[in-house]
Write a protein that binds this ligand. Sequence first.
Ligand code: HEM
Length: 170
Amino acid sequence: MLEWLVSTIPLWKALHVIALCIWCGGLITLPLMLARHDPAISQNDYRVIRHATHLTYTTVVTPAAVVAVVAGTWLIFLREAFVPWLFAKLVFVALLLVLHAWIGGSIVRIAEEPGEHRPPNPYLPMTGITGCAIAILLLVLAKPELDWITFPDWLTEPRGGQLPFDVPSR
Ligand code: HEM
């Protein structure tokens, strides 16, 4: 691989870690902010809190998630990390994304159904997010072999299938 590209690995890793700290920190903070959406408070206070959660989600937490995933994807190829611990890590990243979407859905429903939608108990998403983040950190820092996991052939070998349409030849 190009040497200069390999020399950028520490920069991608730094970007990855900074972005995922903002992402996971935001995902832990947002359920607490959501819990403040109490229909009993004044309309003005409700609007202020609703704006704050919406802005935090759209301008900080979601862009940080995108940067973390893009930098992480670059790192897979730069570090040639096609190994079981990485695939196990991606399962927990997928769960983290589901929780990210759940929180986003609640923020949208709070805006569209003011006073009707009750946000989830904050400890539920917070426990899920902390659990996923700890599992990911254990996998990425310990890098266990996980060679007892056997993948089926169709996941490890090219299947030689053809595209269902003609590809123009060069
Ligand atoms: C799609 C999402 C992600 C992808 C594709 C990805 C991929 C990667 C790759 C390939 C590395 C380099 C590993 C190495 O140098 O051996 C890495 C490093 C790292 N990742 Fe991720 N990652 C993702 C999300 C996350 C998340 C959500 C967390 C934590 C909650 C995380 C925590 C870390 C840490 C702490 C490192 C540095 C590990 C070290 O240098 O030993 N990553 N990631």
